[in-house]
Design a protein around this ligand. Structure first.
Ligand SMILES: Cc1ncc(COP(=O)(O)O)c(C=O)c1O
Length: 393
């Protein structure tokens, strides 16, 4: 069927790529060993530090987030090392699987997929570890499968309270550039990030932000590593180059996205996302539906995972929304398949994009005959109006 208007990509990543970024991506590819490229590398590496809120180096991999996960482990740890991980959802489970396959000994704290990492459990586990066998604590900041955000600053405080030297590794794949995050202030050792969410880029590049402590750990870490090795990256990046062929065109897009982030201001971006999240939750509440996240202190600013009423298949509903309104909503992942749908309110969107998204959901609920109350969109509009960020002059 012929379609008019734009597709609504309202999954929690990849997100809508702004026109400015799309245009930047379409520039001719240049010599990645030439002077123009070196200037581009230096510019984006420096701009990324502002987004991670760090003065330490950030590495850019041509690879998806999964690669940057692997990189964070193989650069800092040795085979057989013990690591502490938490079952907050599908992505935390995948990171755990990588750690296990790498030969690490994972203490995987069971979870119900409705809560983030409990800082008190971090304290208890580390205080118990008298031999200091745990070498790293790994946390997914924003669990994209559930819309639950763990409290990284509180977790850091508990690691410090336990006086434990474990490294803190944090996955910010769906929070970077959208939920408040401070690599340096929160004492994070490796932050794993990605292009296709808050940074408004296509998939294809991913990041490791590295603390001095992580860099020191990498000198004695024994895990085999080649492609993901920080050392040749850091060496070549100094001169503006990469040890292998970089994603030149995505770096053009990154330069443009960083300019957009600078223009809007990181604090404003975080506030915009929180405002959209509150409006979305107001809609869900008015529909009489529930969300996965149970602790308000852990509500995600970038996506809302909505529980389907018993006996209804969330994927059938999503299919109807796609066919009728040309809008993609996020599917339920892992054990949540068919049970939930996820509304992405992440990246390049404004009040009207959100209003359109929620209208599509409300019309879809009606078409799919899902038991719900009307008035969700109205509730969201009221929430947005009540929280207008700037007065109209
Ligand atoms: C929190 C989180 N971690 C890791 C990943 C894996 O990243 P990728 O699919 O780019 O390899 C994702 C992907 O959505 C994610 O949301």
């Amino acid at each position: 069927m012929a379609k008019s208007g734009r597709h609504f990509l309202q999954i929690p990543g990849p997100t809508n790529v702004p026109d400015r970024v799309l245009r930047a991506l379409s520039k001719p590819t240049i010599d990645h060993r030439g002077p123009e490229f070196a200037a581009l590398t230096r510019e984006v590496l420096s701009g990324l530090k502002d987004v991670f809120q760090t003065s330490s180096p950030v590495i850019i991999y041509p690879g998806s987030g999964t690669g940057a996960w692997e990189a964070s482990l193989v650069n800092t740890l040795s085979p057989g090392d013990k690591v502490l991980m938490f079952e907050t959802g599908h992505f935390a489970t995948l990171w755990k699987d990588i750690a296990t396959r790498m030969g690490l000994q994972v203490d995987f704290v069971a979870g119900d997929w409705r809560h983030g990492v409990d800082p008190a459990v971090v304290y208890a586990k580390l205080a118990d570890d008298r031999a200091q066998a745990i070498k790293a604590v790994c946390v997914v900041h924003n669990e994209t499968s559930t819309g639950v955000a763990s409290r990284i600053a509180d977790i850091r405080r508990q690691i410090d309270a336990a006086r434990h030297p474990a490294l803190l590794l944090v996955d910010t794949i769906s929070s970077l550039g959208s939920i408040e995050y401070r690599h340096d202030d929160w004492g994070v050792d490796v932050t794993v990030g990605c292009s296709q969410k808050g940074l408004m880029l296509p998939p294809g590049i991913s990041f490791n932000a590295i603390s001095e402590k992580a860099l020191a750990a990498s000198k004695s870490a024994k895990m085999p590593r080649a492609y993901w090795d920080w050392e040749p990256m850091l060496r070549d990046n100094k001169a503006g180059f990469f040890p292998y062929t970089p994603s030149t065109n995505i770096l053009y897009g990154l330069r443009e996205a960083l300019a957009m982030i600078r223009d809007e201001g990181l604090d404003n971006i975080v506030a915009r996302h929180q405002r959209f999240a509150r409006a979305t939750r107001a809609a869900v509440k008015a529909w009489g539906l529930d969300i996965i996240a149970q602790n308000p202190a852990e509500y995600s600013g970038v996506l809302t995972a909505v529980i389907m009423p018993e006996g209804r298949d969330a994927d059938v509903f999503r299919q109807i929304v796609l066919e009728r309104f040309d809008m993609s909503l996020g599917t339920g992942l892992g054990k949540l398949k068919g049970k939930i749908f996820r509304i992405g309110h992440l990246g390049d969107l404004n009040d009207l994009t959100l209003a359109g998204t929620l209208s599509g959901v409300e019309m879809g609920l009606k078409l799919a005959d899902v038991p719900h109350k009307a008035g969700g969109v109205l509730a969201a509009l009221e929430s947005l109006a009540a929280e207008s960020l700037a007065p109209v002059s």
